[in-house]
Design a binder for this molecule. Structure first.
Ligand SMILES: *[C@@H]1O[C@H](CO)[C@@H](O)[C@H](O)[C@H]1NC(C)=O
Ligand SMILES: *[C@@H]1O[C@H](CO)[C@@H](O)[C@H](O)[C@H]1NC(C)=O
Ligand SMILES: *[C@@H]1O[C@H](CO)[C@@H](O)[C@H](O)[C@H]1NC(C)=O
Ligand SMILES: *[C@@H]1O[C@H](CO)[C@@H](O)[C@H](O)[C@H]1NC(C)=O
Ligand SMILES: CC(=O)N[C@H]1CO[C@H](CO)[C@@H](O)[C@@H]1O
Length: 303
Protein backbone atom coordinates (compact mmCIF):
# COMPACT_ATOMS: atom_id res chain seq x y z
CA UNK A 1 0.00 0.00 0.00
CA UNK A 2 2.70 2.36 1.07
CA UNK A 3 4.66 1.70 -2.11
CA UNK A 4 1.68 2.16 -4.35
CA UNK A 5 0.61 5.43 -2.73
CA UNK A 6 4.19 6.70 -2.96
CA UNK A 7 4.14 5.68 -6.60
CA UNK A 8 0.82 7.46 -7.13
CA UNK A 9 2.27 10.57 -5.54
CA UNK A 10 5.36 10.35 -7.75
CA UNK A 11 3.17 10.00 -10.82
CA UNK A 12 0.98 12.86 -9.75
CA UNK A 13 4.03 15.08 -9.27
CA UNK A 14 5.47 13.95 -12.57
CA UNK A 15 2.16 14.80 -14.19
CA UNK A 16 2.21 18.27 -12.64
CA UNK A 17 5.80 18.77 -13.68
CA UNK A 18 5.30 17.89 -17.30
CA UNK A 19 2.10 19.89 -17.66
CA UNK A 20 3.62 22.83 -15.90
CA UNK A 21 7.38 22.96 -16.35
CA UNK A 22 7.98 26.41 -14.89
CA UNK A 23 9.37 26.60 -11.36
CA UNK A 24 7.50 29.10 -9.24
CA UNK A 25 8.52 30.41 -5.87
CA UNK A 26 5.80 30.02 -3.24
CA UNK A 27 6.92 33.31 -1.77
CA UNK A 28 6.46 34.96 -5.13
CA UNK A 29 2.94 33.54 -5.49
CA UNK A 30 1.99 35.28 -2.25
CA UNK A 31 3.28 38.55 -3.56
CA UNK A 32 0.61 41.16 -3.25
CA UNK A 33 1.89 43.99 -5.32
CA UNK A 34 0.88 47.52 -4.49
CA UNK A 35 1.67 50.94 -5.85
CA UNK A 36 5.10 51.35 -7.45
CA UNK A 37 5.82 47.61 -6.94
CA UNK A 38 2.88 46.77 -9.19
CA UNK A 39 3.79 49.43 -11.75
CA UNK A 40 7.36 48.14 -12.05
CA UNK A 41 6.32 44.47 -12.34
CA UNK A 42 3.62 45.43 -14.85
CA UNK A 43 6.27 47.20 -16.94
CA UNK A 44 8.54 44.15 -16.58
CA UNK A 45 5.83 41.80 -17.84
CA UNK A 46 5.27 44.08 -20.83
CA UNK A 47 8.99 44.02 -21.61
CA UNK A 48 9.11 40.23 -21.28
CA UNK A 49 6.08 39.88 -23.53
CA UNK A 50 7.81 42.12 -26.06
CA UNK A 51 10.90 39.90 -25.96
CA UNK A 52 8.84 36.72 -26.25
CA UNK A 53 7.03 38.08 -29.28
CA UNK A 54 10.30 39.33 -30.73
CA UNK A 55 11.94 35.91 -30.71
CA UNK A 56 8.71 34.26 -31.88
CA UNK A 57 8.54 36.59 -34.89
CA UNK A 58 12.20 35.85 -35.57
CA UNK A 59 11.45 32.12 -35.60
CA UNK A 60 8.56 32.68 -38.03
CA UNK A 61 10.60 34.97 -40.27
CA UNK A 62 13.91 33.19 -40.59
CA UNK A 63 15.00 29.62 -41.33
CA UNK A 64 18.23 27.86 -40.41
CA UNK A 65 19.48 28.58 -43.93
CA UNK A 66 18.68 32.29 -43.58
CA UNK A 67 20.96 32.51 -40.53
CA UNK A 68 23.67 30.30 -41.99
CA UNK A 69 23.71 32.26 -45.27
CA UNK A 70 23.95 35.53 -43.34
CA UNK A 71 27.03 34.19 -41.52
CA UNK A 72 25.33 33.35 -38.21
CA UNK A 73 26.05 29.63 -38.33
CA UNK A 74 23.72 27.60 -36.14
CA UNK A 75 22.09 30.65 -34.57
CA UNK A 76 18.45 29.57 -34.95
CA UNK A 77 18.65 26.99 -32.14
CA UNK A 78 19.42 29.84 -29.74
CA UNK A 79 16.35 31.69 -30.96
CA UNK A 80 14.26 28.74 -29.77
CA UNK A 81 16.09 28.75 -26.45
CA UNK A 82 15.58 32.51 -25.99
CA UNK A 83 11.88 32.12 -26.85
CA UNK A 84 11.50 29.41 -24.19
CA UNK A 85 13.35 31.52 -21.63
CA UNK A 86 11.04 34.46 -22.32
CA UNK A 87 7.96 32.25 -21.94
CA UNK A 88 9.25 31.37 -18.46
CA UNK A 89 10.01 35.00 -17.53
CA UNK A 90 6.70 36.27 -18.87
CA UNK A 91 4.69 33.53 -17.13
CA UNK A 92 6.18 34.23 -13.70
CA UNK A 93 5.70 38.01 -13.98
CA UNK A 94 2.22 37.69 -15.45
CA UNK A 95 1.10 35.51 -12.55
CA UNK A 96 2.49 38.00 -10.06
CA UNK A 97 0.98 41.06 -11.72
CA UNK A 98 -2.40 39.41 -12.13
CA UNK A 99 -5.16 39.20 -14.69
CA UNK A 100 -6.01 41.42 -17.58
CA UNK A 101 -2.94 41.32 -19.80
CA UNK A 102 -3.34 40.51 -23.50
CA UNK A 103 -0.61 40.56 -26.12
CA UNK A 104 0.03 43.93 -27.67
CA UNK A 105 0.83 44.41 -31.35
CA UNK A 106 4.60 44.31 -31.68
CA UNK A 107 6.30 45.94 -34.66
CA UNK A 108 10.05 45.85 -35.10
CA UNK A 109 12.48 47.37 -37.60
CA UNK A 110 13.72 43.92 -38.66
CA UNK A 111 13.98 42.60 -42.19
CA UNK A 112 17.25 40.63 -42.17
CA UNK A 113 18.96 38.14 -39.83
CA UNK A 114 21.49 40.90 -39.05
CA UNK A 115 18.66 43.23 -37.96
CA UNK A 116 17.25 40.48 -35.75
CA UNK A 117 20.53 40.08 -33.89
CA UNK A 118 21.34 43.81 -33.80
CA UNK A 119 17.93 44.93 -32.51
CA UNK A 120 17.82 41.88 -30.18
CA UNK A 121 21.11 43.01 -28.69
CA UNK A 122 19.55 46.37 -27.85
CA UNK A 123 16.29 44.83 -26.61
CA UNK A 124 18.20 42.62 -24.15
CA UNK A 125 20.33 45.57 -23.02
CA UNK A 126 17.15 47.51 -22.27
CA UNK A 127 15.59 44.48 -20.52
CA UNK A 128 18.62 44.15 -18.27
CA UNK A 129 18.74 47.89 -17.53
CA UNK A 130 15.03 47.90 -16.70
CA UNK A 131 15.41 45.15 -14.10
CA UNK A 132 18.53 46.70 -12.59
CA UNK A 133 16.81 50.07 -12.27
CA UNK A 134 13.54 48.48 -11.19
CA UNK A 135 15.11 46.49 -8.36
CA UNK A 136 16.33 49.73 -6.80
CA UNK A 137 12.73 50.86 -6.36
CA UNK A 138 10.94 47.57 -5.55
CA UNK A 139 9.98 47.16 -1.89
CA UNK A 140 8.59 43.61 -2.35
CA UNK A 141 11.34 41.09 -1.60
CA UNK A 142 10.13 38.18 -3.84
CA UNK A 143 9.86 40.69 -6.70
CA UNK A 144 13.44 41.82 -6.17
CA UNK A 145 14.68 38.23 -6.02
CA UNK A 146 12.80 37.23 -9.19
CA UNK A 147 14.05 40.35 -10.98
CA UNK A 148 17.60 39.51 -9.99
CA UNK A 149 17.17 35.95 -11.22
CA UNK A 150 16.04 37.20 -14.63
CA UNK A 151 18.91 39.71 -15.10
CA UNK A 152 21.57 36.99 -15.42
CA UNK A 153 19.59 35.26 -18.12
CA UNK A 154 19.08 38.48 -20.10
CA UNK A 155 22.80 39.15 -19.80
CA UNK A 156 23.70 35.72 -21.20
CA UNK A 157 21.37 36.24 -24.15
CA UNK A 158 22.95 39.66 -24.69
CA UNK A 159 26.48 38.21 -24.60
CA UNK A 160 25.67 35.54 -27.15
CA UNK A 161 24.05 38.07 -29.49
CA UNK A 162 27.07 40.37 -29.11
CA UNK A 163 29.45 37.49 -29.84
CA UNK A 164 27.56 36.57 -33.04
CA UNK A 165 27.56 40.25 -34.05
CA UNK A 166 31.32 40.55 -33.56
CA UNK A 167 30.87 43.03 -30.71
CA UNK A 168 32.70 43.00 -27.42
CA UNK A 169 30.78 40.38 -25.48
CA UNK A 170 32.68 40.13 -22.25
CA UNK A 171 35.25 42.78 -21.52
CA UNK A 172 33.77 46.15 -22.25
CA UNK A 173 31.80 47.10 -19.16
CA UNK A 174 32.31 46.37 -15.49
CA UNK A 175 28.75 47.20 -14.51
CA UNK A 176 25.55 46.98 -16.49
CA UNK A 177 23.70 50.25 -16.73
CA UNK A 178 20.53 50.84 -14.70
CA UNK A 179 17.63 52.51 -16.47
CA UNK A 180 14.77 54.28 -14.82
CA UNK A 181 11.37 52.78 -15.51
CA UNK A 182 10.52 55.72 -17.80
CA UNK A 183 13.75 55.31 -19.74
CA UNK A 184 13.19 51.56 -20.23
CA UNK A 185 9.54 52.04 -21.18
CA UNK A 186 10.40 54.80 -23.62
CA UNK A 187 13.06 52.75 -25.40
CA UNK A 188 10.52 49.92 -25.87
CA UNK A 189 7.49 52.12 -26.61
CA UNK A 190 8.08 52.58 -30.37
CA UNK A 191 7.64 48.79 -30.80
CA UNK A 192 4.45 48.52 -28.72
CA UNK A 193 0.79 49.05 -29.41
CA UNK A 194 -1.21 47.63 -26.51
CA UNK A 195 -4.96 47.06 -26.18
CA UNK A 196 -6.62 49.75 -24.07
CA UNK A 197 -8.02 46.98 -21.81
CA UNK A 198 -4.47 46.12 -20.62
CA UNK A 199 -3.34 47.53 -17.27
CA UNK A 200 -1.67 50.75 -18.46
CA UNK A 201 2.08 51.30 -18.16
CA UNK A 202 2.12 54.30 -15.86
CA UNK A 203 5.50 55.79 -16.64
CA UNK A 204 6.52 58.87 -18.55
CA UNK A 205 6.99 58.31 -22.30
CA UNK A 206 10.13 60.09 -23.53
CA UNK A 207 10.29 60.82 -27.28
CA UNK A 208 12.94 59.00 -29.33
CA UNK A 209 16.20 60.34 -30.68
CA UNK A 210 18.29 58.56 -33.30
CA UNK A 211 22.05 58.40 -33.00
CA UNK A 212 24.66 57.20 -35.49
CA UNK A 213 28.42 57.30 -35.48
CA UNK A 214 29.73 59.35 -38.37
CA UNK A 215 33.42 58.75 -37.70
CA UNK A 216 35.55 55.85 -36.56
CA UNK A 217 34.41 52.24 -36.64
CA UNK A 218 33.35 49.62 -34.10
CA UNK A 219 34.92 49.42 -31.52
CA UNK A 220 34.64 53.22 -31.26
CA UNK A 221 37.08 55.51 -29.47
CA UNK A 222 36.52 58.59 -27.34
CA UNK A 223 36.15 61.62 -29.63
CA UNK A 224 34.37 59.76 -32.44
CA UNK A 225 31.56 61.90 -33.85
CA UNK A 226 27.90 60.96 -33.50
CA UNK A 227 25.04 62.48 -35.44
CA UNK A 228 21.82 62.96 -33.49
CA UNK A 229 18.36 63.25 -35.02
CA UNK A 230 15.01 63.96 -33.42
CA UNK A 231 11.50 64.86 -34.49
CA UNK A 232 11.53 68.64 -34.14
CA UNK A 233 7.76 68.85 -34.64
CA UNK A 234 7.18 67.04 -31.34
CA UNK A 235 10.42 67.66 -29.42
CA UNK A 236 11.96 71.02 -28.62
CA UNK A 237 15.53 70.73 -27.37
CA UNK A 238 16.49 74.06 -25.81
CA UNK A 239 19.80 75.79 -26.56
CA UNK A 240 21.48 74.49 -23.42
CA UNK A 241 20.62 70.83 -23.84
CA UNK A 242 23.35 68.20 -23.57
CA UNK A 243 23.51 64.58 -24.63
CA UNK A 244 24.09 62.52 -21.51
CA UNK A 245 25.72 59.15 -22.19
CA UNK A 246 24.68 56.37 -19.80
CA UNK A 247 27.14 53.49 -19.73
CA UNK A 248 28.72 51.31 -17.04
CA UNK A 249 28.12 53.35 -13.84
CA UNK A 250 28.64 56.63 -15.66
CA UNK A 251 26.29 59.37 -16.69
CA UNK A 252 28.40 61.77 -18.77
CA UNK A 253 27.03 64.93 -20.41
CA UNK A 254 28.53 66.02 -23.74
CA UNK A 255 27.77 69.26 -25.58
CA UNK A 256 25.26 68.95 -28.44
CA UNK A 257 25.93 71.17 -31.45
CA UNK A 258 22.58 71.77 -33.12
CA UNK A 259 23.13 72.26 -36.85
CA UNK A 260 19.69 72.02 -38.41
CA UNK A 261 16.04 71.29 -37.80
CA UNK A 262 16.04 68.18 -35.59
CA UNK A 263 19.75 67.55 -36.25
CA UNK A 264 22.96 67.89 -34.32
CA UNK A 265 26.31 66.35 -33.49
CA UNK A 266 28.12 65.27 -30.37
CA UNK A 267 31.18 63.14 -29.58
CA UNK A 268 31.76 59.95 -27.64
CA UNK A 269 33.19 60.72 -24.18
CA UNK A 270 35.92 58.73 -22.45
CA UNK A 271 34.65 55.83 -20.34
CA UNK A 272 31.51 54.93 -22.28
CA UNK A 273 31.52 51.44 -23.75
CA UNK A 274 29.26 48.59 -24.92
CA UNK A 275 25.75 49.79 -25.80
CA UNK A 276 25.21 53.29 -24.42
CA UNK A 277 21.84 54.89 -23.79
CA UNK A 278 21.75 58.56 -24.85
CA UNK A 279 19.48 61.07 -23.17
CA UNK A 280 18.97 64.67 -24.29
CA UNK A 281 18.67 66.63 -21.05
CA UNK A 282 19.72 69.76 -19.21
CA UNK A 283 19.81 67.95 -15.86
CA UNK A 284 23.13 68.73 -14.18
CA UNK A 285 23.34 65.75 -11.84
CA UNK A 286 24.78 62.28 -12.37
CA UNK A 287 21.69 60.11 -12.44
CA UNK A 288 19.04 58.90 -12.39
CA UNK A 289 17.76 61.79 -14.49
CA UNK A 290 14.36 63.00 -13.18
CA UNK A 291 11.56 61.90 -15.53
CA UNK A 292 10.61 65.35 -16.77
CA UNK A 293 14.20 66.19 -17.71
CA UNK A 294 14.59 63.32 -20.17
CA UNK A 295 13.75 65.30 -23.32
CA UNK A 296 14.58 62.53 -25.80
CA UNK A 297 16.19 59.08 -25.59
CA UNK A 298 18.08 56.71 -27.90
CA UNK A 299 21.25 54.62 -28.02
CA UNK A 300 24.53 53.96 -29.81
CA UNK A 301 26.57 50.77 -30.02
CA UNK A 302 30.11 51.76 -29.08
CA UNK A 303 31.86 48.38 -28.95
C1 LIG B 1 1.05 36.04 -27.06
O1 LIG B 1 2.08 35.89 -27.98
C2 LIG B 1 2.95 34.81 -27.67
C3 LIG B 1 4.14 34.88 -28.57
O2 LIG B 1 3.80 35.10 -29.91
C4 LIG B 1 2.19 33.51 -27.77
O3 LIG B 1 3.03 32.45 -27.42
C5 LIG B 1 1.02 33.58 -26.81
O4 LIG B 1 0.22 32.42 -26.96
C6 LIG B 1 0.18 34.81 -27.05
N1 LIG B 1 -0.78 34.93 -25.98
C7 LIG B 1 -2.07 35.15 -26.21
C8 LIG B 1 -2.92 35.27 -24.98
O5 LIG B 1 -2.53 35.26 -27.35
C1 LIG C 1 8.95 39.53 -39.02
O1 LIG C 1 8.41 39.80 -40.30
C2 LIG C 1 7.32 40.73 -40.29
C3 LIG C 1 6.73 40.78 -41.68
O2 LIG C 1 7.71 41.04 -42.62
C4 LIG C 1 7.86 42.07 -39.83
O3 LIG C 1 6.81 43.01 -39.78
C5 LIG C 1 8.42 41.90 -38.42
O4 LIG C 1 8.98 43.13 -37.97
C6 LIG C 1 9.49 40.82 -38.39
N1 LIG C 1 9.91 40.65 -37.02
C7 LIG C 1 11.04 40.09 -36.63
C8 LIG C 1 11.36 40.13 -35.17
O5 LIG C 1 11.81 39.54 -37.41
C1 LIG D 1 12.63 55.29 -8.48
O1 LIG D 1 11.49 56.04 -8.11
C2 LIG D 1 11.73 57.42 -8.05
C3 LIG D 1 10.47 58.05 -7.48
O2 LIG D 1 9.33 57.65 -8.22
C4 LIG D 1 12.07 57.95 -9.43
O3 LIG D 1 12.37 59.31 -9.39
C5 LIG D 1 13.27 57.19 -9.94
O4 LIG D 1 13.47 57.57 -11.29
C6 LIG D 1 13.03 55.71 -9.87
N1 LIG D 1 14.27 55.04 -10.17
C7 LIG D 1 14.33 54.14 -11.11
C8 LIG D 1 15.68 53.52 -11.26
O5 LIG D 1 13.37 53.82 -11.83
C1 LIG E 1 36.07 50.01 -23.96
O1 LIG E 1 36.65 48.95 -23.21
C2 LIG E 1 37.79 48.40 -23.82
C3 LIG E 1 38.19 47.17 -23.03
O2 LIG E 1 38.33 47.50 -21.67
C4 LIG E 1 38.89 49.47 -23.89
O3 LIG E 1 40.02 48.95 -24.55
C5 LIG E 1 38.35 50.67 -24.70
O4 LIG E 1 39.27 51.72 -24.69
C6 LIG E 1 37.04 51.17 -24.09
N1 LIG E 1 36.46 52.17 -25.01
C7 LIG E 1 36.13 53.40 -24.63
C8 LIG E 1 35.47 54.26 -25.68
O5 LIG E 1 36.32 53.85 -23.49
C1 LIG F 1 21.47 57.70 -41.59
C2 LIG F 1 21.49 56.55 -40.64
O1 LIG F 1 22.43 55.76 -40.60
N1 LIG F 1 20.46 56.46 -39.83
C3 LIG F 1 20.33 55.44 -38.83
C4 LIG F 1 20.74 55.98 -37.48
O2 LIG F 1 20.45 55.07 -36.42
C5 LIG F 1 19.09 54.72 -36.33
C6 LIG F 1 18.95 53.89 -35.07
O3 LIG F 1 19.29 54.71 -33.96
C7 LIG F 1 18.67 54.02 -37.61
O4 LIG F 1 17.31 53.68 -37.53
C8 LIG F 1 18.90 54.95 -38.77
O5 LIG F 1 18.61 54.29 -39.98
Amino acid sequence: MKTSSALALTLALAGTASANPIVRSSKWKRANLQGLDFEIINLARNLESLELNYWNQGLKNFTDDDFNNAGYQGFRQYLELFRDQEIAHFTVLNEAAGEGFENCTYTFPVTTPYDLLAVGQVVTTVGEGAFIGGIANLTDSPSRQTGGAIIGNEARQNSLLRQYLGLDYFNAVNFDTPLTASQAYSLAAPFLNCPSSNPPIKFHKIPPLMANFTSGSTPHSPGDEISIMWDSSSVYLGEDVHITFLGDVYSIPQPLTQNGDGMGTTTLPQGINGTSILVATNFEGGGPIPDKQNFAIGYVVVA
